[in-house]
Ligand binder design. Sequence first.
Ligand SMILES: *[C@@H]1O[C@H](CO)[C@@H](O)[C@H](O)[C@H]1NC(C)=O
Ligand SMILES: *[C@@H]1O[C@H](CO)[C@@H](O)[C@H](O)[C@H]1NC(C)=O
Ligand SMILES: *[C@@H]1O[C@H](CO)[C@@H](O)[C@H](O)[C@H]1NC(C)=O
Ligand SMILES: *[C@@H]1O[C@H](CO)[C@@H](O)[C@H](O)[C@H]1NC(C)=O
Ligand SMILES: *[C@@H]1O[C@H](CO)[C@@H](O)[C@H](O)[C@H]1NC(C)=O
Ligand SMILES: *[C@@H]1O[C@H](CO)[C@@H](O)[C@H](O)[C@H]1NC(C)=O
Length: 644
Amino acid sequence: MQLSPLQSRLAASVIASCFVIVLYLFLFAPQFAFAAELAQTPSTLEQAGSFYDDDDTTEFLDVQVPSYEPNFSLFDRSIIGRVADGAVPLDLDSPTTSNLDPGMTIAYVFEVASISGRSAQEADTTHELHISSNETPEFKRTNDLVRRQTPSRTLYVSVNTCDQPGRISPDQTSMDPPQLTLFVSTSSENTLPGPGRDEKTQNAIVFNEGAVLYNISLDSDVYFSISAPQVSAKYFTTTLPYNYEVAVSLNGYHHSYDSETQPNLYWVDSDASSSLLTTQNLTSRPEEVVPSAPYTVFVQDKKNLAINGIRKSYCGLKKWAQIRPLQNGDSQATTGLRRGGDDNLTTQEFYISGLNASTDYSGIIALNTSLSLGKRQESSSGGGMVVYNAVDFSTKPSECLQVGVLGQIILTILSDGACTFVFNLTVCTETRYAVPGNPEKFPNGTALAAFYDDYTRTMWDNFDKVLQQTPCEAPPTQKYSLVRDCDDCKQAYKNWLCSVAIPRCEDFSTPDQDYLQMRNINAPFPNGTFVDQSIRDKYGGNKAFNSSRNVEIDEAIEPGPYKEVLPCDYLCYELIKSCPASMGFACPLPNSKYGFDTSYAVPDTSKELSCNYPGSAYYPSAATSIAISWMSMVALIVVPLLLG
Ligand SMILES: *[C@@H]1O[C@H](CO)[C@@H](O)[C@H](O)[C@H]1NC(C)=O
Ligand SMILES: *[C@@H]1O[C@H](CO)[C@@H](O)[C@H](O)[C@H]1NC(C)=O
Ligand SMILES: *[C@@H]1O[C@H](CO)[C@@H](O)[C@H](O)[C@H]1NC(C)=O
Ligand SMILES: *[C@@H]1O[C@H](CO)[C@@H](O)[C@H](O)[C@H]1NC(C)=O
Ligand SMILES: *[C@@H]1O[C@H](CO)[C@@H](O)[C@H](O)[C@H]1NC(C)=O
Ligand SMILES: *[C@@H]1O[C@H](CO)[C@@H](O)[C@H](O)[C@H]1NC(C)=O
């Protein structure tokens, strides 16, 4: 580092004063001289402060606090070196795991003396750098007062339950194993807090779903204990101990959870055996790079009780969730960062495979705060794991397929139902949802995706040829519109094409909704049965019901009956608004009831999913910001249309 002349002079004077201090400390009683000496040093450094802002000064003050504590018990303790009998001393930022039998208690102590040495050291190195120059003598005096009065630092205690006694029979009881309890005391009268101790001298906090967070100002030694309740041998295997991980830190909780905010996890779509979940953008600008995927996902069948009682515990989920990252790096959940959407921002996606059909699942994400971007990591939490609330999703039904007859035995296999999840298309890069499929003709999503990809590519290429004949690059007077250009038209066409040519599919058994349109109802299901006769009598003659939107789908795929999530109406309005009139696009208007209702759906902010658009997912209805912008856009588009 190059030093400016001013800085060199400063450095020289700093070294000189340090030398004087060291000599002084060496010659005289160190502990008592120390406090007096530091208060004097600033006068030799009057010039230095202008380089440093107030935050640094504050930090300096914080660091000083322990050595200014007029608390001599600390001093005594270091002489006696005594730890409360039976209590385990804990080090900062080094998580410790331990087994704990039901009915037992393990006590810990965090000694304030264990940080004073370290803080004094920090102070020695930091006071040279962080002293403010514009301290007038008066200000210095108040600063001394502040130093003496500032409450000491905060100790953050966090514990996660990793194991708990197992149920004897999952069906026998819905009772969850009882939670551990954290007892905390700062009283020298109660150095072994726990059940049965004087309640006036201790705090008892029962764990919440396998996690507890506790912060306390570090004025004196902190005694705490973790206590396991007795458990009923009738319901639980009492031979299995509890196991937990405990950590103390001055920088924030090592383990924490967030039950308040909406987790950054959204269900995109599922088929009978897989699901795609995604976060929203992790960055706000396309240039920002996310170094590595910050979230971990855990998935649990909602009927499986294995993670009950430890849903907020990272180590508990890591050990017990049905789908979790495995030791060997494998998982049924593959995750990756993806750039996409209108703004080309980074999101993290989770593709979960090997799921059971027609099953409700919970997805829980945990954030490694040291891997995430932005302010979060600098704030109170000191680079630990945050566990969020669960997000629900479900899989679609599967089909029972008859694959052959062996003597008297009919061979059947369970296969994905009518709807198969596809992703990784080349034209419709945002298309990642279940589409009409046929497990016999297209046994896997890759083959089916290739069909839809080829088909949309053909339509896209044709459109591109037509667009090249319209005057895009012409001077403004000859352009078809002053506000829209060919790029707008291309984007609008792609959004529309991908939503219309690749139907978003729901199983035929899904309850009817405004935005769901029955398709192909005269065809047999893969198991050979037909749609209810009453439905076929009523709608069987209507083309919107008895075929797919595109004949190619019925001819090449033969999907059987399904329901289509209709594309959002604004995709069509946006298309005719953005492309030259000469291209001849038209949209059915909402008042021409028939064609409209079977072709498009109006976005509905009160539903998680109310129509299909590129990037559609089950967004909680409260998160209406996107939906609101649709609504205003629709209003802007529809009015001129109606007038025109
Ligand atoms: C510290 O604990 C108090 C309650 O005891 C809580 O209100 C506060 O939010 C906690 N602080 C942090 C940073 O968690
Ligand atoms: C996501 O993008 C929006 C709009 O660009 C932005 O306001 C928001 O801050 C972004 N989220 C994050 C986590 O960067
Ligand atoms: C699927 O169901 C089987 C049998 O009920 C069960 O053993 C398995 O754990 C389930 N898997 C998932 C991921 O739900
Ligand atoms: C996506 O498709 C490309 C080729 O088009 C292929 O190389 C890549 O492996 C595919 N990705 C996934 C996740 O299937
Ligand atoms: C998908 O099915 C095609 C045949 O349609 C087959 O050639 C291919 O190997 C299958 N891919 C996988 C991953 O099973
Ligand atoms: C055949 O499949 C349809 C649609 O999945 C289902 O509703 C029906 O119950 C099945 N019938 C039989 C006999 O399995």
